[in-house]
Write a protein that binds this ligand. Structure first.
Ligand SMILES: Nc1ncnc2c1ncn2[C@@H]1O[C@H](COP(=O)(O)OP(=O)(O)O)[C@@H](O)[C@H]1O
Ligand SMILES: [Mg+2]
Length: 333
């Protein structure tokens, strides 16, 4: 840091902070009811400037409602939030909307108009200065400069989504809300959107991304919140895995072990074991690094043909299913 200041060669702008040190989003106890239906219930989290925060949950989990509430399009039933440094109140609506952008699931473009005409329309609507330069910057950011004069009707769904992203970038938002930005896109188009999001992150844009695609959350997000009306857990994907799953070794042998209990239960730090398939065993251990070499020796000594032995890898999908499963059980009670 100090060398950067001394040489005047900054590695990049420091993440912007509000004077009181708060983050881009600080949400406390946010609840939104529609009549008797609770769409999001007592949701609390915060997002730092420069972070890509994933909001992961199944259909109907309350993701869009949360985005629309933080985006000042719905009034919360209760709870408080700071959005891009401002308290979320009706009076602050205009100023908040100047600092943020929401890209809804459907990009909402005028199909008869060209790409540039659509963006010009929104520049006018938002009363933004320097329209021409702004539009060019936004189109450049989504690699669409060469399609500026094409009518939106002629564009594929993936390209329309990119125009939607360009529209969301017009006001240089401090916080960008992307609601299921790849929903309905084919893998190639989805990947292009992922690359654009990566590029925005490198530019330091704070992104709040809702998705029900686990791989997307894992690939793009610094942290994720797992949402199903209430917010179940928040953390980095690896933290969530650590918190939710006990440590274990996965062992595969060519033939099932003759006496698995004798070999597996005696491993150092072994807490329990179970068989998941023919010749596949999971052993819960306190320290996989310590247990793994010992396990290899014990298995070989017991005459097993060892195929593989590794600490169990849990994906974000495992975390997600575990949390959503827990929920289904809770609901059926
Ligand atoms: N305008 C609305 N009026 C009534 N119910 C709504 C409205 N918007 C959303 N809901 C309900 O709130 C719940 C959460 O919806 P939503 O936020 O769209 O979830 P998600 O985006 O995670 O799929 C759903 O049960 C949905 O039917
Ligand atoms: Mg939604």
């Amino acid at each position: 840091m100090s060398t950067n200041q001394a040489t005047g060669d900054p590695a990049g702008p420091a993440p912007e902070r509000t004077p009181n040190g708060q983050g881009a989003l600080v949400v406390e106890g946010l609840t939104k009811r529609f009549g008797t239906r609770v769409a999001c219930d007592n949701v609390t989290f915060s997002v730092d400037y420069g972070e890509v925060f994933g909001f992961l949950g199944p259909n109907g989990a309350g993701k869009t409602t949360t985005v629309r509430t933080l985006g000042t399009l719905l009034a919360p039933s209760s709870g408080t939030a700071m959005v891009a440094g401002l308290p979320l109140t009706a009076e602050n609506g205009v100023e908040i909307r100047q600092r943020i952008s929401v890209m809804p699931e459907a990009p909402g473009l005028y199909l008869r108009l060209s790409v540039a005409e659509n963006l010009a329309y929104f520049v006018g609507l938002y009363e933004l200065p320097d329209g021409r330069a702004r539009i060019e910057r936004a189109l450049k950011a989504v690699n669409l400069l060469d399609r500026a004069d094409d009518s939106c009707r002629s564009l594929s769904k993936g390209l329309r989504q990119r125009v939607g992203l360009a529209r969301a970038l017009l006001n240089d938002p401090k916080v960008l809300f992307l609601d299921e930005p790849t929903s309905g896109l084919d893998p190639v188009a989805a990947r292009e959107v992922h690359e654009l999001i990566d590029a925005l992150r490198k530019r330091g844009v704070t992104i709040f991304l809702t998705t029900h695609r686990l791989a997307e959350a894992e690939r793009l997000c610094d942290r994720v919140g797992i949402m199903n009306t209430t917010l179940r857990m928040v953390g980095r994907p690896d933290e969530l895995r650590e918190q939710l799953f006990s440590k274990s070794l996965e062992i595969r042998t060519r033939e099932p072990l003759a006496q698995p209990e004798r070999v597996l239960a005696g491993l150092p730090g072994a807490e329990s074991w179970h068989q998941t398939g023919d010749g596949t065993y999971i052993v819960a251990v306190s320290d996989p690094q310590l247990a793994a070499p010992e396990a290899a020796r014990a298995l070989v000594a017991a005459g097993a043909d060892l195929l593989s032995l590794s600490p169990s890898q849990h994906s974000l999908e495992d975390v997600y299913l575990q949390l959503i499963d827990t929920d289904v059980e809770a609901q059926s009670r």
